[in-house]
Design a protein around this ligand. Structure first.
Ligand code: HEC
Length: 245
């Protein structure tokens, strides 16, 4: 069976290097991994967009419910992929992606649900609920719900649960090389063709630098020492590994 290749700004770089001598099954697994990475990142972005609301000291109920979260995630995901979430079953994407995407959204929603009391606290501004902590918990939750490996990682981590393995460390090093093509993901087949792994680079944007920027070593608002990162530098990666089916 063949699936149409979706060429979009964000997805396009993920397809580079995935062509040569790969079976359809391997390509489908890589495509599924790309969708997982995209949906995972979209969840982080939505939490980021609601950061000010979440941090609003004057308000109790923030209205940032699981439904609102899901609605925003789906809207962005659909815009990026041109897929219809409500009609995923009919879309020409791998069955593996059709099964895993709703599961990942469930994992993300369950974290938003569990944090409602925290989010709706009145009188407390910054609550430590940020895209990064959400991402770490959502990735671990999804891993426990599926047989997919999903992680946000960086060469030097703040949370040991995001510690890169040897392979991830070597790809992060490649990503940070000035000669590495900006934005390009890396995918490869492992375990004699039984699994694929994919890494998607994350770059520091302006709003990341209040925590990860300069001066290096100074404490950010979460109490962690800043990394001294600069705008556009590699800030980490999303790592996905799943079975070839
Ligand atoms: C409010 C401060 C803050 C901002 C803004 C922020 N981060 Fe982080 N970041 C953190 C914290 C805290 C952690 C550790 C999360 C945890 O404990 O799971 C983290 C973790 C990460 C990780 C996982 C690896 C690790 O260190 O555990 C990556 C990758 C990352 N951040 C990248 C970014 C990027 C890229 C941006 C901007 C898009 C960003 N961060 C914005 C505070 C921040």
């Amino acid at each position: 069976m063949r699936y149409s290749v979706i060429l979009l700004v964000l997805l396009a770089p993920l397809l580079i290097g995935s062509g040569a001598n790969r079976s359809d099954q391997e390509l489908h697994a890589i495509e599924s991994a790309k969708f997982i990475a995209l949906l995972f990142n979209t969840g982080r972005v939505v939490v980021g967009e609601f950061q000010e609301v979440i941090n609003d000291k004057s308000k109790g109920n923030k209205g940032f419910t699981t439904d609102i979260f899901a609605q925003h995630v789906i809207e962005k995901f659909e815009k990026e992929t041109k897929l219809s979430w409500g009609n995923l079953a009919e879309e020409s994407i791998p069955p593996q992606a059709k099964k895993l995407l709703p599961l990942l959204l469930e994992a993300q929603k369950s974290i938003i649900q569990e944090r409602q009391t925290l989010i709706n606290l009145k009188g407390v501004g910054f609550k430590g609920f940020i895209p990064a902590t959400f991402g770490t918990t959502a990735s671990l939750r999804f891993r426990s719900m599926s047989d997919v490996y999903l992680k946000q990682t960086a060469s030097v981590v703040r949370n040991s649960r995001n510690t890169p393995n040897q392979y991830e460390q070597s790809v992060l090093k490649k990503f940070s090389s000035p000669s590495y093509p900006h934005g390009e993901s890396l995918a490869e087949t492992i375990d004699g063709g039984k699994k694929i792994r994919l890494m998607v680079p994350l770059y520091y944007q302006e709003h990341c630098l209040s925590c990860h920027g300069a001066p290096k070593g100074a404490r950010d608002k979460t109490g962690h020492p800043k990394e001294g990162g600069k705008l556009g530098e590699i800030g980490g990666a999303i790592s996905v590994s799943l079975d070839v089916q």
